[in-house]
Design a protein around this ligand. Sequence first.
Ligand code: ZN
Ligand code: ZN
Length: 420
Amino acid sequence: MSMIIRADLHIHGRYSMATSKKMVPEVIAAQAQLKGLHLVGTGDAFHKGWLKLIEDSTEEVADGVYSIKEDKRLETDPDLPSTNQKPLLILTGEVEDVKRVHHLLILPSLEAAHQIRGKLRGNLESDGRPKVRMSGREIQEIAHENGCLMGPSHAFTPWTSLYKEYDSIYECYSYKPDFLELGLSADSDMADRIEELNNIPFLTNSDAHSPWPHRLGREFNEIEINRIDYPSLEDAIKDLKIKSNYGFDPRMGKYYLTACTKCYQLIPVKKALEMKMKCPCGGTIKKGVDYRIEELATWDQPHHPPHRPPYIHILPLAEVISLVHGKGVTTVFVQKIWRKMLQLFGDEISVLINAPLEELQELDPKMAPVIRSFRDGTLKMQPGGGGRYGKLVLEPEKAEANTQSPSRSTETNTLDEYFK
Ligand SMILES: [Zn+2]
Ligand SMILES: [Zn+2]
């Protein structure tokens, strides 16, 4: 008997740089439940303080998977559909190698985490995502010696990915990685233009740095699995049992197009090269994922292998509500509407994809037409680049007004209220 679970296998805890202090196991689990996830990566499994938090607040309920202890659990929402079950955690961690390439590891046990800590060369306590003085090959060796799954994180981004450094995964690794994480600015249509990736499963994970619903689970995988434990996840990934990838339209990602990393001006690659990748504002221009894949591509069109699952484009629902109503995404106003929609329709995916438009219209007349245009593919987007996310554009003239610097989030102000 197998089942299909929703898993987000890459997040960061409170000890990682630029990460919300609210990223602690019990909050992550409670939020994952609201998002309808069954399995979430712990992130940061090589950080001593983070491991201690995991050991203190969770208990192992099956081989390599952990549940929040009864007395540590947060009340999520009594009005939510009871089908949203308590999610389990699995140990994951990200490591930056000596070439500034990021690798994602999925670990079989706490013991493996402690073992690997003893072998990584670098300061493991300064950041939840440690920088180590080791090559991709050396990290791959250690990962496999300790029974982990490993692959490149956000494989095409311009600062810290495998393909910003190498033209082939085999220049970085000794042998085939267990998976490749696409990152927010790519999808499988883009990655399947590269021949060497055809026999590798793709993962779509959120890389969330805060527990808000437009971050945690903003990308996830549907995986066919025999039971929720590490050996079954390992089998599922190795046997290519990923059934769907859910993720952003790549245009919504931060690095989709070539752009300046300081003023975020989008600049055509040819012009950027003429400008020697220097923007008149003084900033550095970075190649977008779109262009990087163009450079690496074997084929003009995607060649999907038979095992490749569908890639389903989704949007962070809370962000859509925020835009439609002109209120901050972390405000009580937006979070209330978001929860109301979950109560009525079960989860975000149902709201975006299946919920009857008449019912949506009744609930929120401003949201219904936007969801309709999302479904028929006519929703406009201003592509992201240079480190700034893409944006939904509700009216054509708004595209111009949106070129201001991104609004800062105000997470810490209302989070307590939100979680009570
Ligand atoms: Zn990373
Ligand atoms: Zn600039």
